[in-house]
Design a protein around this ligand. Structure first.
Ligand SMILES: [Zn+2]
Length: 150
């Protein structure tokens, strides 16, 4: 006979999570081209398709940090500080720029969404104040996004 223990279920429901994930969304516009300089045009077009020519995107970058809410403020991280950190570490370098030419920390990187997300992660890690960088999502178009998690 199956016995259901209401106490057990009740206890589980009362267990408070210790960490909270907070996400800030920022946007930027940038141009890029996907190509490897050592490959000829044909191979670049085969691999990268239409993205082998110059074009741009309106990117959406979501940065999530985790931590315990400060008992005084109720915040894991002050969103103003998080916003400032993301703009300082990433957005001011890439907004309205050509990602292949204008951004020193992207030099030599094929600026796919995957590579951008990994490089942005490196730029942001350790810059999140009281929160810990936990997740980064970069939306390149309405159909494409990539995500990096710890
Ligand atoms: Zn593109």
């Amino acid at each position: 006979m199956l016995k259901i223990s209401p106490e057990k279920g009740f206890k589980t429901e009362l267990q408070a999570p210790t960490a909270v994930l907070v996400t800030r969304r920022v946007t930027f516009a940038a141009a890029h081209v996907l190509r490897r300089p050592e490959w000829d045009d044909r191979r670049n077009k085969e691999v990268f398709g239409q993205c082998a020519g110059d074009h741009g995107h309106n990117y959406v970058l979501e940065v999530s940090v985790s931590g315990e809410p400060d008992p005084a403020t109720g915040m894991v991280v002050n969103l103003k500080d998080l916003d400032r950190a993301v703009k300082q570490a990433v957005v001011r370098h890439v907004d309205h720029r050509h990602l292949n030419r204008d951004v020193p920390f992207l030099e030599g990187v094929v600026p796919t969404a995957e590579n951008l997300a990994l490089v942005f992660w490196r730029q942001l890690d350790g810059q999140m104040g009281s929160g810990h960088l936990q997740r980064l999502r970069l939306v390149e178009s309405e159909n494409n996004s990539v995500e990096v998690t710890r």
